[in-house]
Design a protein around this ligand. Structure first.
Ligand code: SF4
Ligand code: SF4
Length: 492
């Protein structure tokens, strides 16, 4: 027998007790997806229908199209989005970023985070409900396939409770097979976003022994997505994603969220056919007929009528469910709708608050900074480092030489010829090995450079030098370095 915890109110708890028993009457004190022993309560969400579901289906279709096409889209020969952490090469909107561009990359990440904050402050968890890949794939692909294979929530519940027969086994294997194939495609797509489609194709087509690491990640990603979409589901939003927990710091009473209009809905009560509407109103009843349809469709298993909750991903399913009920009972739609607390409590329309303006200002500033950094950065970046362990050498005719290691990063997807010129002063610069420097597209070229100075040009133990980096006659960058010389050559 399952032990029942005592029905104590939270205020009865001893605050000095190390751990307290959950108040099972208080929805904020426990998870709706776990029972009193902490066991998972599977959510059999009813399939939602309605205008918001329709809109989300269109948006999701577009996003899924972009997501799967993304690795194949190239701008100026560069991937639309690539996060090659292994080779430390990144591409955003066709712009290649190297570790040297970390500041630009960091600004891009700040824009992404600030953008989400701006939209969250104004429109709640718009990201979660409409654009997050987890929600889009779970609700619009995997769950829809589940409805097709196993039927609506009632059939799914019955199938789960039914004994294992050949028919049930076949249905489950068929569903899991499709889920696995989809997880494999998603896993490969993620890998393509990390290493680029050009690196992924050989992993798929070559001898597997040549790409053990790539194949390992392919399998790991596939298993990860299979586990998430088959078993973990809404728990990914509740337990793993930090954004759901952060939202309480971003939302305020002016934020538009999916909300239940408690002023209009309460006191809730079952609709009784023999009780006229006038009597129902006289008894203090509101528009909520306590049909639980909003709860039945919720993919996270919560009751929106309890107010804003961390589990709510703003998927709008409860809006559609309630609108359908309102249509049937002849009441106006919108008992559950996009609304702010102020609009429900005080009837205030949506307004742009100073906080929203502040966040929007920060976002605009970050975008301006990002564009400036991107459009003013050089197509080629040179790094001059003094050769490790070397000091200086003196030639037979009395000149002083320093050896450098030169790294040239080509940030474009075309070959770049590069020429180096010593800026001012008396001296010569010689590239060791191949004299004509041509940096391959999107690659790094490393070579050695010898700089020779007349003793009269040496300004002490270290002399500051400037080297111009040219491509096709155009100055791309001026690099500063130091030249080490003997102290005795120091000029006054
Ligand atoms: S669907 Fe609407 S009427 Fe039914 S319980 Fe939910 S809020 Fe009340
Ligand atoms: S409460 Fe409504 S909007 Fe929130 S997750 Fe559940 S169904 Fe979606």
């Amino acid at each position: 027998m399952i032990p029942q915890p005592p029905n104590k109110k939270s205020e009865d708890h001893d605050p000095f007790q190390a751990s307290q028993e959950a108040d099972w009457h208080n929805f904020r004190d426990h998870l709706t997806t776990a029972d009193k022993l902490g066991r998972r309560q599977w959510v059999y969400a009813k399939e939602p229908h309605g205008k918001w579901t329709q809109r989300r289906t269109w948006v999701s279709g577009l996003l899924i199209g972009i997501m799967f096409a993304g690795p194949f889209i190239k701008i100026n020969g560069n991937p639309l989005l690539m996060m090659n952490i292994v080779e430390r090469r990144f591409s955003i909107l066709g712009q290649l970023f190297w570790p040297q561009d970390m500041i630009i990359f960091a600004v891009a990440m700040l824009i992404f985070i600030t953008g989400i904050i701006v939209f969250t402050t104004a429109f709640g968890r718009l990201w979660c409900g409409w654009t997050c890949p987890q929600t889009v794939m779970m609700e619009m692909v995997f769950r829809k396939l589940e409805y097709l294979i196993e039927g609506d929530s009632v059939s799914q519940r019955k199938l789960a409770a039914a004994p294992w027969t050949a028919a049930k086994f076949a249905k489950k294997v068929f569903k899991l097979g499709i889920f696995f194939a989809l997880s494999f495609i998603i896993g490969n797509t993620l890998l393509a976003y990390i290493i680029g489609i050009d690196a992924l194709v050989p992993i798929v087509t070559d001898d597997p022994r040549l790409h053990v690491t790539g194949l390992t990640f392919m399998v790991l990603f596939t298993l990860l997505f299979f586990a998430i979409f088959t078993r973990f589901r809404e728990q990914a939003c509740t337990f793993i994603c930090p954004y759901g927990r952060l939202q309480s710091a971003m939302l305020d009473e002016n934020t538009m969220v999916v909300a239940y209009d408690n002023k209009r809905g309460e006191k809730r009560g079952k609709l009784q056919r023999d009780v006229p509407l006038v009597k129902r109103i006289a008894e203090g009843h509101g528009d909520c007929i306590n049909c639980h349809q909003c709860v039945a469709v919720c993919p996270t298993g919560i009751d929106i009528r309890d107010g804003g909750q961390m589990e709510c991903v703003h998927c709008t399913a409860c809006i559609d469910a309630c609108d359908t009920v309102m249509d049937k009972v002849g009441s106006p739609r919108g008992l559950i709708r996009y609304a702010s607390l102020n609009s429900i409590e005080k009837g205030e329309p949506f307004r742009v608050t100073p906080r929203m303006k502040l966040y929007a200002g920060v976002l605009t500033g970050l975008i301006a900074l990002f564009l400036t950094l991107v459009f003013t950065r050089s197509a080629v970046e040179a790094i001059f480092l003094r050769a490790p362990g070397s000091l200086f050498m003196r030639t037979a005719d009395g000149k002083i030489e320093n050896l450098y290691t030169l790294k040239l990063v080509n940030k474009t997807m075309r070959e770049l010829p590069v020429e180096l010129k010593l800026d001012g002063g008396t001296g010569q610069l010689e590239v060791m090995g191949e004299k004509n420097l041509v940096v391959p597209a999107g690659k790094l070229l490393e070579t050695s450079v010898l700089i020779q100075l007349e003793p009269t040009a040496i300004m002490g133990a270290t002399t500051k030098l400037k080297i111009g980096v040219y491509s096709n006659g155009k100055l791309m960058q001026t690099v500063k370095t130091v030249f080490v010389g003997p102290r005795t050559e120091t000029q006054p």
